[in-house]
Design a protein around this ligand. Structure first.
Ligand SMILES: [Mn+2]
Length: 254
């Protein structure tokens, strides 16, 4: 039985990340190291720091990453791409060119007999009203068309600069640490959601850039995947067990 992998939040191309080339290479080496062991890979959002597609044009860069994903899908590995809050604006290129399966909403799916709830995690349980308004605009079709009516020289610049500032809001460019089981939005959201959906075995999220592996009751387990900027963490499900791992260079041989 082949493995299922989950990872998120590489924020590739971020103007706030100085080691972006080594970071992309490391991600690509990881994907290469699992290509024969993987049945499916779930990228749970914000793999790009700002991705916006135009009708005839896509953003510069990411060629190693996109090439590796295309290689995997050509081999028959299922690659699922969830949009995060930084790479919402994809309109077919990643499916058509790279063979990805794109999800713009949370997904409930059965994998090897277990039920998974998968989402990037933005907007779930977050009480911030300003963010809710921004999120509505980001997902609004008319706003998206307006964004694409701006020349990419300025449209891409706007997006990359916004994304950079949203990273540099905090002094070290990192997310706040785990707030605890009673205060962490995604934990609260999950606890509410599982009341109506007690059949779900695993809730898996990105977005928070923290590692979390929490048993919510005897059946239900919740994970947050860390990131691929500093932590290089991923979850792997072998059909029976689920592990939260870190990719250490030189250790993971195919
Ligand atoms: Mn995010």
């Amino acid at each position: 039985m082949k493995n299922i992998y989950f990872l998120s939040d590489a924020h590739l191309g971020s103007l706030a990340i100085e080691h972006k080339r080594t970071q992309e290479r490391r991600l690509v080496r990881f994907l290469d190291s699992i290509k024969h062991k993987a049945a499916a890979i779930y990228l749970l959002g914000d793999m790009f720091d700002f991705w916006n597609e135009y009708r005839y044009v896509v953003p510069k860069g990411y060629t190693r990453f996109l090439g590796k994903l295309s290689e995997l899908t050509d081999m028959g590995v299922e690659v699922h791409f969830f949009t995060g809050n930084h790479d919402i604006w994809t309109y077919g290129y990643l499916e058509q060119e790279c063979g990805l399966i794109v999800h713009k909403k949370p997904l409930t799916t059965e994998i090897y007999g277990k039920l998974f709830y998968l989402a990037h995690g933005d907007g779930l349980g977050d009480p911030d009203n300003n963010y809710k308004i921004l999120r509505k605009m980001f997902h609004n079709r008319t706003c998206q068309q307006l964004l694409n009516a701006i020349h990419p020289r300025w449209g891409m610049w706007l997006g990359l600069t916004w994304a950079k500032h949203s990273r540099l809001k905090r002094a070290d460019g990192k997310e706040p640490p785990y707030m605890g089981e009673d205060r962490e939005y995604l934990v609260n959201y999950t606890k509410e959601y599982m009341k109506e959906h007690p059949d779900i075995d695993f809730f898996i999220y990105g977005h928070r850039h923290i590692e979390l592996d929490l048993m919510l009751n005897r059946k239900t387990r919740m994970m947050i995947l860390g990131d691929w900027i500093w932590q290089f963490t991923y979850a792997v499900f072998d059909g029976e067990h689920m592990f939260l791992e870190q990719y250490v260079e030189g250790e993971s041989q195919p």
